[in-house]
Design a protein around this ligand. Structure first.
Ligand SMILES: Cc1cc2nc3c(=O)[nH]c(=O)nc-3n(C[C@H](O)[C@H](O)[C@H](O)COP(=O)(O)O)c2cc1C
Length: 167
C-alpha cells in the first residue's frame, strides 16, 4: 500500500511514477523540486532566482497550471510570470509580491491574471523560496515555487467582510 509519504505523479510524463517524499532532505536538488511540482495537482510553477528585467524565468510548470492557463507544457518555460498579466492586473501589488518573496522568502497575493486566450481569472498566488543544492543548474542557490488557486468560481473562499468590520 502507498504510504502517506508518497505521492503519485499526475503529470503525463511522470504518470505511474511514485515519489517518496520521505527521501527528500533539505535543501532539495533542483530535480527533486521539479518532481514535487509535477506531482502536485494544484497549479504550480518554479522560477529561477534571477532578478531584474523580465526576471525571474519559469523553469517548470505543472499540468494543473497549464490546464488552468491554456498553455501547453512547454510554452511557459523561459518566460516571465508577467505573461500572465493584463490590463486589470495590479502591477504595484505584483511588485510587492515579488519584493516580499525576495526579502522574506514568502509571498501571498490575490490578483487578476490572464489565460493564453486573453480571458481573465482571479487567483490566490502563494510563493516560497526554496534553497537548492545544485545551484550550478540555475546560477542561483535558490528557486521559487509558486502555487496558484483559481478563485473566480469559488468566491465564498474570500467573502467580503461584513459591514460592521469596516470603519
Ligand atoms: C516567483 C515569482 C512568481 C510570480 N508569479 C506571478 C504570477 O503568478 N502572476 C503575476 O501577475 N505576477 C507574478 N510575479 C510578478 C512578476 O513576475 C513581476 O516580478 C512583477 O509584475 C513586477 O514587474 P516589474 O519587473 O515590471 O516591476 C511573480 C514574481 C515572482 C518573483
Amino acid at each position: 500500500m502507498q504510504s502517506n509519504a508518497t505521492i503519485r505523479a499526475e503529470d503525463d510524463q511522470q504518470r505511474d511514477s511514485v515519489i517518496d517524499l520521505s527521501s527528500f532532505q533539505k535543501p532539495l536538488t533542483l530535480e527533486q523540486a521539479m518532481q514535487f511540482a509535477y506531482a502536485v495537482s494544484v497549479p504550480c510553477i518554479i522560477t529561477d532566482g534571477k532578478r531584474g528585467l523580465n526576471a525571474p524565468q519559469i523553469i517548470a510548470a505543472n499540468k494543473a497550471f497549464c490546464d488552468m492557463c491554456g498553455y501547453t507544457q512547454d510554452e511557459p518555460l523561459g518566460q516571465s510570470p508577467k505573461i500572465l498579466q493584463g490590463i486589470d492586473t495590479d502591477i504595484e501589488d505584483t511588485r510587492t509580491f515579488r519584493d516580499n518573496l525576495e526579502e522574506s522568502g514568502q509571498g501571498l497575493i490575490c490578483l487578476i491574471n490572464y489565460r493564453k486566450d486573453g480571458s481573465a481569472y482571479e487567483a490566490l498566488v502563494i510563493g516560497t523560496r526554496l534553497d537548492i543544492t545544485d545551484s550550478d543548474e540555475t546560477d542561483h542557490s535558490a528557486i521559487y515555487m509558486t502555487f496558484s488557486l483559481h478563485i473566480t468560481e469559488a468566491p465564498l473562499c474570500l467573502p467580503t467582510p461584513p459591514k460592521q468590520w469596516k470603519n
